[in-house]
Write a protein that binds this ligand. Structure first.
Ligand code: AMP
Length: 430
C-alpha cells in the first residue's frame, strides 16, 4: 500500500477533539443551558449543518464571515452549498419554511465553520449554544433573551463578565445615520490609507468596532447611532434598559458595538470576559434582526437571538479555575470472587444504574489490585467490593476512595446507601 503522510490522520488545522474529562464540562454546560432554556419556554431546534449558500449570503455579503471565511462547496448534484458559519440564518430559514405560530422560541447547540486564522479561542469549527425568538417585537423579549444568557453565565459563577449593549437603530434611523457617518469618516480619511477608505465606502458601520490602533482616534469621535435613533427605536431601547435594570442585570452602553453581521437592527449586545485575550474576548452575543425573515422570502417577522461560544466559555472557566463540577460515578464495583463473581458484578452494576446511580466496573478478569487501581482512575466516589467473607453475610465492602474509610453494607441496601450520600459530592453542582 502506498504510504500516507502522518498528518492525514490528525485533525485538520483549526479543529480539535473534545475528549473526557474536558467533555464532561461540555456536557454539564449544555445540560444547564438546556434546562434554563426549557424553563423559559424554548424548544430545541436541530437543523442541518449545511444550507444553500444563499441562506448565508443574506446575513452579510460584506462581512468577513460570509465573504472570506465560508466553507462553500458544490455537491454531486451541482448545488451550491455552505457549511453553516453561524446559527441564526438557519433558524430563520426554518421559520420561513415551516411557518410555525409565533412567538417561536427555540434554542440550539450546534457547530459553526469559519476559515479563520486559527489561534487560542479562535477555531475553524467552534460550537455555539444559542436561542432565537421569532415573531415578537416587544422589548420584554429582548430583556428575556439577554436574561437567559446572563442567568446561564451567572449560574456558572463566572466573574469578570461585562454586558455591552447598543441599539443599531431601525429602517427609519439607519440610512440618515449611515450617510452622516460616511461623510464624517471620509472627511477624516486622508491620513488613514486606502483600506480605511474602501471599508468606509462599502459599509461605514463596519469600521466602528475596529481594532486598528491608527483608526481608533477618528472612529472614537465619529457620530453615534444612539444619537440618531428614530422615536420608536429610542423608545424600544429605553424599555429594554428599564427591563434590564428591573432584573438587576448590569450593562454598559457601547455605542460602537456593531457585531459581525449585516442583519442586526435595534438591540445588539455582547457578553465580554476579562479572562480572555482582548482580540477574542467575546463570550457570546446577538441582537435583533427584524428584516431577515422577509429577506428570505418570508412574511415580515421581527426576531432576536444570540450565539454563545462553548470553547471560549470553557477557556474563561479554566482561567478562573471554576469549571463546573461534572457528574461523577457513585460506585466502581470490584469483583473479588474470581470467575464465579463475573455475572454477579454484571448484575450489581446494572441494578445500580437502573436505580439512577452512576456505576462502572473493570473487564476481562483482572486481578483485584488492578481493579482497585481502575476504580481510583475512574474518579468514582466509592469502591464496592464483592468479597467472599462479605458475600457469606449478603453484604459488600464499600470504601470511600478519597478517605480510604471502609464499611460493610447489606447488598440489598446498597443503592439506598449510595443514594443517601449523593449530595455529599457526586451530584451535579448547581
Ligand atoms: P458570532 O456568531 O460571531 O456572533 O459569535 C458568537 C460567539 O461564538 C462569540 O462570542 C464566540 O464566543 C464564539 N465564536 C465565534 N467565532 C469563533 C471562533 N472562530 N472560534 C471560537 N469561538 C468563536
Amino acid at each position: 500500500m502506498p504510504r500516507v503522510p502522518d498528518e492525514v490522520f490528525r485533525a485538520p488545522k483549526g479543529v480539535h477533539d473534545v475528549l473526557p474529562p474536558e467533555s464532561g464540562t461540555w456536557a454539564t454546560l449544555v445540560g444547564r443551558f438546556a434546562d434554563r432554556a426549557a424553563r423559559s419556554g424554548y424548544g430545541l431546534i436541530v437543523g442541518p449543518v449545511f444550507e444553500h449558500v444563499e441562506v448565508f449570503r443574506r446575513v452579510g455579503e460584506h462581512t468577513d464571515v460570509v465573504s472570506k471565511e465560508m466553507y462553500e462547496f458544490e455537491d454531486k448534484g451541482g448545488r451550491a452549498l455552505a457549511l453553516r458559519p453561524e446559527g441564526t440564518a438557519s433558524v430563520v430559514r426554518a421559520y420561513v419554511q415551516h411557518r410555525p405560530t409565533p412567538p417561536w422560541k427555540v434554542w440550539y447547540v450546534a457547530p459553526n465553520f469559519r476559515y479563520e486564522r486559527a489561534q487560542k479561542g479562535r477555531y475553524r469549527q467552534h460550537w455555539q449554544l444559542g436561542a432565537e425568538v421569532l415573531g415578537v417585537d416587544d422589548p420584554a423579549v429582548d430583556v428575556e433573551v439577554i436574561a437567559l444568557l446572563d442567568g446561564f453565565y451567572r449560574d456558572l459563577g463566572l466573574s469578570g463578565v461585562t454586558l455591552a449593549l447598543n441599539s443599531m437603530g431601525d429602517a427609519q434611523s439607519r440610512p440618515g445615520y449611515v450617510s452622516a457617518l460616511r461623510a464624517y469618516l471620509l472627511d477624516h480619511a486622508s491620513s488613514l490609507g486606502s483600506e480605511f477608505r474602501e471599508r468606509v465606502e462599502a459599509n461605514p458601520m463596519r469600521v466602528l468596532d475596529t481594532k486598528v490602533p491608527d483608526w481608533q482616534d477618528v472612529v472614537g469621535r465619529a457620530p453615534q447611532l444612539t444619537e440618531h435613533l428614530s422615536e420608536p427605536a429610542r423608545e424600544h431601547f429605553e424599555q429594554v434598559q428599564e427591563g434590564l435594570q428591573a432584573l438587576k442585570i448590569s450593562y454598559e452602553l457601547a455605542p460602537r458595538l456593531v457585531r459581525g453581521f449585516d442583519y442586526y437592527t435595534r438591540t445588539t449586545f455582547e457578553f465580554q470576559s476579562d479572562a480572555l485575550d482582548a482580540a477574542q474576548n467575546a463570550l457570546g452575543g446577538g441582537g435583533r434582526y427584524d428584516g431577515l425573515a422577509e429577506e428570505m422570502g418570508g412574511p415580515a417577522t421581527p426576531g432576536i437571538g444570540f450565539g454563545a461560544g462553548i470553547e471560549r466559555l470553557v477557556l474563561a472557566l479554566d482561567a478562573a479555575s471554576s469549571a463546573p463540577t461534572t457528574r461523577r460515578l457513585d460506585a466502581f464495583v470490584i469483583n473479588g470472587l474470581g470467575d464465579a463473581g463475573s455475572v454477579a458484578t454484571t448484575v450489581l452494576v446494572s441494578e445500580l444504574r437502573e436505580e439512577g446511580l452512576g456505576a462502572d466496573r473493570a473487564y476481562g478478569g483482572r486481578s483485584v489490585p488492578a481493579q482497585w487501581k481502575a476504580a481510583d482512575r475512574s474518579g468514582a466516589r466509592y469502591g464496592v467490593m464483592l468479597g467472599r467473607d462479605e458475600a457469606a453475610r449478603d453484604a459488600v465492602a464499600v470504601k470511600d476512595l478519597e478517605t480510604g474509610e471502609q464499611v460493610e453494607v447489606p447488598e440489598n441496601g446498597l443503592a439506598t446507601w449510595l443514594s443517601d450520600r449523593r449530595e455529599l459530592g457526586s451530584e451535579v453542582a448547581r
